[in-house]
Write a protein that binds this ligand. Structure first.
Ligand code: MG
Length: 335
Protein backbone atom coordinates (compact mmCIF):
# COMPACT_ATOMS: atom_id res chain seq x y z
CA UNK A 1 0.00 0.00 0.00
CA UNK A 2 1.34 3.43 -0.96
CA UNK A 3 2.37 5.54 2.00
CA UNK A 4 -0.17 8.24 2.85
CA UNK A 5 1.31 11.69 2.47
CA UNK A 6 0.21 15.27 3.08
CA UNK A 7 -0.58 15.62 -0.65
CA UNK A 8 -2.79 12.53 -0.59
CA UNK A 9 -4.40 13.50 2.68
CA UNK A 10 -5.10 17.14 1.72
CA UNK A 11 -6.02 19.87 4.18
CA UNK A 12 -9.53 18.49 4.70
CA UNK A 13 -8.22 14.99 5.33
CA UNK A 14 -5.68 16.31 7.83
CA UNK A 15 -8.35 18.31 9.68
CA UNK A 16 -10.57 15.22 9.82
CA UNK A 17 -7.73 13.23 11.27
CA UNK A 18 -6.97 15.94 13.84
CA UNK A 19 -10.62 16.65 14.68
CA UNK A 20 -10.77 14.86 18.06
CA UNK A 21 -7.70 16.72 19.30
CA UNK A 22 -8.88 20.09 17.96
CA UNK A 23 -12.34 19.59 19.46
CA UNK A 24 -10.79 18.90 22.83
CA UNK A 25 -8.73 22.11 22.65
CA UNK A 26 -11.71 24.30 21.68
CA UNK A 27 -14.26 22.65 24.02
CA UNK A 28 -16.50 25.20 25.72
CA UNK A 29 -15.59 28.06 23.35
CA UNK A 30 -18.30 29.88 21.35
CA UNK A 31 -17.16 28.44 18.00
CA UNK A 32 -16.23 24.82 17.30
CA UNK A 33 -13.03 24.08 15.40
CA UNK A 34 -13.22 24.41 11.59
CA UNK A 35 -14.55 27.98 11.26
CA UNK A 36 -12.70 31.02 9.92
CA UNK A 37 -11.62 32.27 13.31
CA UNK A 38 -11.32 31.25 16.94
CA UNK A 39 -13.36 33.17 19.49
CA UNK A 40 -12.45 33.21 23.17
CA UNK A 41 -13.94 35.05 26.14
CA UNK A 42 -12.12 38.19 27.35
CA UNK A 43 -9.43 37.61 29.97
CA UNK A 44 -10.48 38.22 33.56
CA UNK A 45 -10.36 41.75 34.99
CA UNK A 46 -6.89 42.96 35.81
CA UNK A 47 -5.18 40.60 33.35
CA UNK A 48 -2.89 41.72 30.56
CA UNK A 49 -2.43 39.67 27.40
CA UNK A 50 1.16 38.63 26.57
CA UNK A 51 1.91 37.64 22.95
CA UNK A 52 4.79 35.94 21.18
CA UNK A 53 5.51 34.01 17.97
CA UNK A 54 8.37 31.76 16.94
CA UNK A 55 9.13 29.71 13.82
CA UNK A 56 11.07 26.51 13.16
CA UNK A 57 12.20 25.78 9.61
CA UNK A 58 13.65 22.46 8.45
CA UNK A 59 17.29 22.87 7.45
CA UNK A 60 17.59 26.11 9.41
CA UNK A 61 16.49 25.13 12.91
CA UNK A 62 16.28 21.35 12.74
CA UNK A 63 16.70 18.25 10.64
CA UNK A 64 15.04 14.87 10.84
CA UNK A 65 18.13 13.38 12.50
CA UNK A 66 18.51 9.59 12.31
CA UNK A 67 19.12 9.57 16.10
CA UNK A 68 15.80 11.39 16.66
CA UNK A 69 13.20 9.22 14.96
CA UNK A 70 9.68 10.50 14.39
CA UNK A 71 8.40 14.04 14.83
CA UNK A 72 6.76 14.04 18.24
CA UNK A 73 9.77 15.91 19.61
CA UNK A 74 9.32 18.57 16.91
CA UNK A 75 5.78 19.42 18.01
CA UNK A 76 6.90 19.45 21.63
CA UNK A 77 9.87 21.69 20.88
CA UNK A 78 7.88 24.20 18.83
CA UNK A 79 5.41 24.58 21.70
CA UNK A 80 8.11 24.60 24.39
CA UNK A 81 10.20 27.29 22.69
CA UNK A 82 7.16 29.58 22.46
CA UNK A 83 5.92 28.85 25.98
CA UNK A 84 9.43 29.63 27.16
CA UNK A 85 8.99 33.23 25.97
CA UNK A 86 5.87 33.46 28.14
CA UNK A 87 7.90 31.95 31.00
CA UNK A 88 10.48 34.71 30.64
CA UNK A 89 7.86 37.25 31.67
CA UNK A 90 6.09 35.09 34.23
CA UNK A 91 2.97 34.82 32.06
CA UNK A 92 0.42 32.02 32.27
CA UNK A 93 -0.26 30.30 28.90
CA UNK A 94 -3.72 30.67 27.41
CA UNK A 95 -3.89 29.73 23.73
CA UNK A 96 -1.92 29.14 20.56
CA UNK A 97 -2.35 29.46 16.79
CA UNK A 98 -0.32 27.23 14.47
CA UNK A 99 0.84 27.83 10.93
CA UNK A 100 1.86 24.42 9.58
CA UNK A 101 3.76 23.94 6.32
CA UNK A 102 5.23 20.66 5.06
CA UNK A 103 6.18 19.14 1.70
CA UNK A 104 3.51 17.26 -0.21
CA UNK A 105 5.43 14.01 0.27
CA UNK A 106 5.59 14.40 4.07
CA UNK A 107 4.31 11.08 5.46
CA UNK A 108 1.06 11.15 7.40
CA UNK A 109 2.58 9.41 10.42
CA UNK A 110 5.19 12.18 10.85
CA UNK A 111 2.51 14.85 10.66
CA UNK A 112 0.39 12.98 13.22
CA UNK A 113 3.41 12.65 15.52
CA UNK A 114 4.16 16.35 15.19
CA UNK A 115 0.62 17.24 16.28
CA UNK A 116 0.78 14.70 19.12
CA UNK A 117 3.91 16.36 20.50
CA UNK A 118 2.41 19.83 20.12
CA UNK A 119 -0.78 18.66 21.86
CA UNK A 120 1.24 17.05 24.67
CA UNK A 121 3.31 20.14 25.43
CA UNK A 122 0.46 22.67 25.15
CA UNK A 123 -1.88 20.53 27.25
CA UNK A 124 0.78 19.87 29.89
CA UNK A 125 1.20 23.62 30.34
CA UNK A 126 -2.46 24.67 30.24
CA UNK A 127 -2.54 26.15 26.72
CA UNK A 128 -5.21 25.43 24.10
CA UNK A 129 -4.58 25.11 20.38
CA UNK A 130 -7.25 27.53 19.18
CA UNK A 131 -6.73 27.23 15.46
CA UNK A 132 -4.31 27.21 12.60
CA UNK A 133 -3.57 26.98 8.93
CA UNK A 134 -2.05 24.21 6.82
CA UNK A 135 -0.05 24.77 3.63
CA UNK A 136 2.26 22.81 1.37
CA UNK A 137 5.81 24.14 1.57
CA UNK A 138 9.22 23.18 0.10
CA UNK A 139 10.35 22.10 3.59
CA UNK A 140 8.79 21.78 7.02
CA UNK A 141 7.96 25.36 8.04
CA UNK A 142 6.29 25.71 11.41
CA UNK A 143 5.21 28.84 13.20
CA UNK A 144 3.35 29.05 16.47
CA UNK A 145 1.88 32.18 18.05
CA UNK A 146 0.99 31.95 21.72
CA UNK A 147 -0.82 34.27 24.07
CA UNK A 148 -0.66 34.28 27.84
CA UNK A 149 -1.88 36.26 30.82
CA UNK A 150 0.01 38.46 33.26
CA UNK A 151 -1.83 40.09 36.16
CA UNK A 152 -1.70 43.89 36.14
CA UNK A 153 -0.15 44.12 39.60
CA UNK A 154 2.92 42.12 38.56
CA UNK A 155 6.10 43.70 37.19
CA UNK A 156 7.07 43.15 33.55
CA UNK A 157 10.49 41.47 33.82
CA UNK A 158 11.88 43.41 30.85
CA UNK A 159 15.36 42.78 29.50
CA UNK A 160 16.27 46.44 30.04
CA UNK A 161 15.85 46.36 33.83
CA UNK A 162 19.27 45.03 34.86
CA UNK A 163 20.96 47.43 37.32
CA UNK A 164 24.45 47.56 38.84
CA UNK A 165 24.54 45.65 42.10
CA UNK A 166 22.00 42.99 41.14
CA UNK A 167 23.00 39.33 41.09
CA UNK A 168 22.91 37.41 37.79
CA UNK A 169 21.22 33.99 37.95
CA UNK A 170 20.41 31.14 35.60
CA UNK A 171 18.17 28.11 36.00
CA UNK A 172 19.36 24.58 35.20
CA UNK A 173 22.61 23.81 33.38
CA UNK A 174 22.79 25.66 30.06
CA UNK A 175 24.92 23.99 27.39
CA UNK A 176 23.23 20.61 27.56
CA UNK A 177 21.03 21.27 24.53
CA UNK A 178 24.01 22.32 22.41
CA UNK A 179 25.86 19.19 23.55
CA UNK A 180 22.85 17.15 22.45
CA UNK A 181 22.88 18.87 19.06
CA UNK A 182 26.56 17.94 18.58
CA UNK A 183 25.64 14.29 19.16
CA UNK A 184 22.64 14.49 16.79
CA UNK A 185 24.87 16.06 14.13
CA UNK A 186 27.50 13.34 14.57
CA UNK A 187 30.16 15.86 15.70
CA UNK A 188 30.62 14.30 19.14
CA UNK A 189 29.82 11.09 20.90
CA UNK A 190 29.18 10.26 24.52
CA UNK A 191 28.39 7.16 26.58
CA UNK A 192 24.75 6.14 26.07
CA UNK A 193 23.57 7.29 29.50
CA UNK A 194 24.94 10.82 28.88
CA UNK A 195 23.97 10.92 25.24
CA UNK A 196 20.26 10.22 25.60
CA UNK A 197 20.02 12.82 28.38
CA UNK A 198 21.78 15.48 26.28
CA UNK A 199 19.75 14.66 23.16
CA UNK A 200 16.60 14.93 25.26
CA UNK A 201 17.72 18.38 26.44
CA UNK A 202 17.91 19.47 22.79
CA UNK A 203 14.72 17.85 21.55
CA UNK A 204 12.39 18.24 24.52
CA UNK A 205 13.31 21.41 26.42
CA UNK A 206 11.15 22.18 29.45
CA UNK A 207 9.66 25.66 29.44
CA UNK A 208 10.32 27.14 32.89
CA UNK A 209 6.80 28.49 33.32
CA UNK A 210 6.32 27.78 37.03
CA UNK A 211 9.79 29.17 37.73
CA UNK A 212 9.13 32.36 35.73
CA UNK A 213 5.79 32.93 37.46
CA UNK A 214 7.28 32.41 40.93
CA UNK A 215 10.21 34.75 40.23
CA UNK A 216 8.04 37.55 38.81
CA UNK A 217 5.72 37.31 41.82
CA UNK A 218 8.64 37.43 44.28
CA UNK A 219 11.05 40.03 42.86
CA UNK A 220 9.73 43.46 41.75
CA UNK A 221 13.12 44.47 40.28
CA UNK A 222 13.48 41.42 38.03
CA UNK A 223 15.00 41.55 34.52
CA UNK A 224 14.61 38.22 32.73
CA UNK A 225 14.82 36.42 29.40
CA UNK A 226 14.87 32.83 28.24
CA UNK A 227 18.18 31.58 26.87
CA UNK A 228 17.62 30.58 23.26
CA UNK A 229 20.86 31.76 21.64
CA UNK A 230 23.42 31.17 24.39
CA UNK A 231 24.33 32.83 27.70
CA UNK A 232 26.76 35.29 26.12
CA UNK A 233 24.54 36.38 23.23
CA UNK A 234 21.37 36.57 25.33
CA UNK A 235 23.28 38.04 28.28
CA UNK A 236 24.60 40.75 25.93
CA UNK A 237 20.99 41.61 25.03
CA UNK A 238 20.24 42.20 28.71
CA UNK A 239 23.48 44.18 29.16
CA UNK A 240 22.99 46.31 26.01
CA UNK A 241 19.34 47.06 26.64
CA UNK A 242 20.06 47.91 30.29
CA UNK A 243 23.19 49.99 29.68
CA UNK A 244 25.11 47.80 32.13
CA UNK A 245 27.64 44.95 32.13
CA UNK A 246 27.31 41.37 33.34
CA UNK A 247 30.32 39.90 35.13
CA UNK A 248 30.13 36.09 35.21
CA UNK A 249 32.36 34.27 37.69
CA UNK A 250 34.07 31.20 36.27
CA UNK A 251 33.88 29.12 39.44
CA UNK A 252 30.16 29.74 39.92
CA UNK A 253 29.01 28.48 36.52
CA UNK A 254 26.84 25.31 36.57
CA UNK A 255 28.62 23.65 33.65
CA UNK A 256 27.01 20.74 31.79
CA UNK A 257 28.61 17.31 32.29
CA UNK A 258 30.29 16.16 29.07
CA UNK A 259 33.09 13.64 28.51
CA UNK A 260 36.65 15.06 28.33
CA UNK A 261 37.03 14.11 24.65
CA UNK A 262 33.70 15.64 23.61
CA UNK A 263 35.19 18.09 21.11
CA UNK A 264 33.76 21.22 22.74
CA UNK A 265 34.46 22.20 26.33
CA UNK A 266 31.78 22.37 28.99
CA UNK A 267 32.64 26.07 29.46
CA UNK A 268 32.22 26.82 25.76
CA UNK A 269 28.93 24.89 25.63
CA UNK A 270 27.68 26.78 28.68
CA UNK A 271 28.65 30.22 27.37
CA UNK A 272 27.74 29.83 23.71
CA UNK A 273 25.34 26.90 23.35
CA UNK A 274 21.73 27.68 22.50
CA UNK A 275 18.22 26.29 22.85
CA UNK A 276 18.26 25.31 26.52
CA UNK A 277 15.35 27.65 27.24
CA UNK A 278 16.59 28.19 30.78
CA UNK A 279 15.82 31.54 32.44
CA UNK A 280 18.56 34.15 32.86
CA UNK A 281 17.57 36.80 35.38
CA UNK A 282 18.92 39.60 37.53
CA UNK A 283 17.66 40.82 40.90
CA UNK A 284 19.07 42.61 43.93
CA UNK A 285 17.28 40.17 46.26
CA UNK A 286 19.57 38.09 48.49
CA UNK A 287 20.88 34.89 46.90
CA UNK A 288 19.08 32.77 49.52
CA UNK A 289 15.73 34.31 48.45
CA UNK A 290 16.13 33.20 44.83
CA UNK A 291 16.92 29.66 46.00
CA UNK A 292 13.97 29.63 48.41
CA UNK A 293 11.44 30.89 45.85
CA UNK A 294 12.38 28.15 43.38
CA UNK A 295 12.62 25.45 46.06
CA UNK A 296 9.07 26.25 47.17
CA UNK A 297 7.66 25.33 43.77
CA UNK A 298 9.92 22.28 43.42
CA UNK A 299 11.14 23.55 40.06
CA UNK A 300 14.54 23.85 38.44
CA UNK A 301 17.02 25.45 40.82
CA UNK A 302 18.88 28.61 39.91
CA UNK A 303 22.54 29.39 40.37
CA UNK A 304 23.97 32.82 41.00
CA UNK A 305 26.58 33.12 38.26
CA UNK A 306 27.69 36.72 38.63
CA UNK A 307 26.84 40.37 39.18
CA UNK A 308 25.53 43.33 37.20
CA UNK A 309 28.10 46.15 37.20
CA UNK A 310 28.55 49.55 35.52
CA UNK A 311 29.90 49.21 32.00
CA UNK A 312 28.88 47.22 28.95
CA UNK A 313 28.93 43.70 27.57
CA UNK A 314 29.34 40.27 29.16
CA UNK A 315 32.62 39.45 30.91
CA UNK A 316 34.12 36.29 32.38
CA UNK A 317 35.98 36.69 35.66
CA UNK A 318 38.44 33.83 36.22
CA UNK A 319 40.57 32.98 39.28
CA UNK A 320 42.88 36.00 38.70
CA UNK A 321 39.90 38.33 39.27
CA UNK A 322 40.36 40.10 35.93
CA UNK A 323 37.16 40.50 33.86
CA UNK A 324 37.60 39.56 30.19
CA UNK A 325 34.96 40.57 27.65
CA UNK A 326 33.20 37.68 25.92
CA UNK A 327 32.20 37.98 22.27
CA UNK A 328 28.95 36.26 21.36
CA UNK A 329 29.55 33.23 19.17
CA UNK A 330 25.86 32.61 19.59
CA UNK A 331 24.17 29.68 18.12
CA UNK A 332 24.66 29.29 14.40
CA UNK A 333 21.79 27.32 12.95
CA UNK A 334 23.54 24.97 10.50
CA UNK A 335 25.82 27.63 8.96
MG1 MG B 1 12.96 34.51 24.22
Amino acid sequence: MAKRTLAKLGEEGLLTRLAPMLQRHTAGLPLPTGDDVAVSPPPGAGQRLVWTVDAMVEGTHFRFWPAAPGARWLGWKLAASNLSDLASKGARPLGALLSFGAPGDAPEHLIAEFYDGLDECLTAHGARLLGGDTVRAPQWTLSLAVVGLLAEGLPIAARHRARAGQGVYVTGQPGRAAAGLRILEGLSSAPTTYASDLIDAHLRPRPRLAEGQALVAAFPDLAMLDVSDGIVRDGARVADQSGAALHLERDRLPLPAVPPDFGQSALDLFLHGGEDYELLFTTAAPESDAARVLQQIGGAGATRIGTVVEGEGVHLVEADGVPRRLTPKGFEHFP
